[in-house]
Write a protein that binds this ligand. Sequence first.
Ligand code: AMP
Length: 542
Amino acid sequence: MLGLMQQWPLLCHKILDNAAIQHGKREIVSRSCEGPIVRTNYVELRQRSLKVAQRLERDGFKLGDRIATLAWNTGRHLEAWYGIMGIGAIYHTLNPRLFPEQIVWIMNHAEDQAIFVDLTFMPLVEKIAGAVPSLKKVIVLTDKAHMPATSLPNAVAYEEWLAEADGDFEWASVDENTAAGMCYTSGTTGEPKGVLYSHRSNVLHAMIAAMPDAMGISSRDVVLPVVPMFHANAWGLGQSAPMIGAKLVMPGGKMDGASIYELLDTEQVSFTAAVPTVWLMLLQYLQETGKKLPYLKKVVIGGSACPRAITQKFQDNYDVQVIHAWGMTEMSPLGTLGTLKPEYAGLTGDARLNVQQTQGFAPFGVEMKVTDDNDNTHPWDGKTFGRLKVRGPAVANAYYGGAGAEQFDADGWFDTGDVAHIDPNGYMQITDRAKDVIKSGGEWISTIELENLAVGHPDVAEAAAIGIRHSKWDERPLLVVVKKPGKEPSRDDILGFMSGKIAKWWMPDDVAFVAEIPHTATGKIQKSALRAQFRDYRLPTD
Ligand code: AMP
């Protein structure tokens, strides 16, 4: 027997409709690419998104078209998203930190029909547009006065283009499983792979993200997504903030400590989210200036492992709660968040930091398991690590075009490529990427644990552990270190500092000092490049 309840398709534009009705005057504040801070609200944002939809349709774009965006977090970028989804087309966020050739590859793979682009990235688009035959229109996110001279034949200034519409438009009525958004994974190995979100998955993800033990945001919050919309959907904040009616503060292209501090302070931001690098810059700025964070209550940190020192400083020096989170583009992206269950809520000091070093537990809507290479499930004992697999309504079930099929199994589990263990209370801890883990004498050594430990040394700015070929043990760890400016730690200083804190056989066989460690476009250590750099390295133990 079927239930007798209404079919109410989960469509993204309903988020915006509700925001306009219930929270219409809540502001969206953006640092514009032209410079000034600009303000709008949910009523206006919805109206302008309707105009985007109307204008796109008039230009001949339609259901299923992929429409790219190459833009910072701003109100205009958000309008473009909702306008694109509003005709049943698909917003396709491009990461400007990729090499131009990679962007061209991705755009051609997706067959993008049009692109919304910030002024910052016009030189890039001028360079690559000719190599993307499907591209029919370039909409420059600015007004007539700031429109640059351009060689592109089909470029228009967004505000002029938008002024030709009156917003008298009905959102497309589509099935909730219709594709809504697209994002390619960074592809540290092999070609990038496209993840195709649906309206349903975006709406469910937004609800999951807002829940109290996830990000836990409400209409009383002022939300600053520093994490870019082109990095895994700004972790869903472009949907969950309007869904619950939070004020949104969009940082544009400025993510240095002083610029982020200015927004935190003047807009009285209560909640923010970004990768660890951003917070290192902010904490350094705070330390230099002696400034405080009177309004900020919570910060979500993820994208790569959050160093213990960052968590400690936010909590002890600034009274800001840190939520360490793990996720990936394929998961929309939230997977786990480190809020404290009652079992851990009373912890203080180091015991609390130990729990916060884990990536947290999965909210409703994310199932997890850890297996060996033969898919045998490991116990949740907080130490047996293996392949981390997930499933849920906001997890991909295939890549666009069918690449990477081996990562999905018949029971719906997606192999994340991460290596992790889970404790009896459900707290998951990433110990590695499957391809980065060091296999020494048949046993696995967690590179992340070595790195976390090494950066605890006061003179170490950054550290990366890689496996070096070894004639007896197959592989042994080499620790690659960037020194803090003005500091001269020796190999023995660092090894001495680590000794006794990990199993003896996990200790790096050597330390190599470098000026810089290579990073990917999403700020992660590029282990493949580092391994190539040290391909011929001979360990003193070999
Ligand atoms: P992306 O799809 O670019 O966001 O990358 C996802 C990958 O980033 C994950 O599979 C992890 O390897 C890594 N990652 C994300 N968050 C964390 C975290 N909190 N700790 C460690 N690794 C993380």
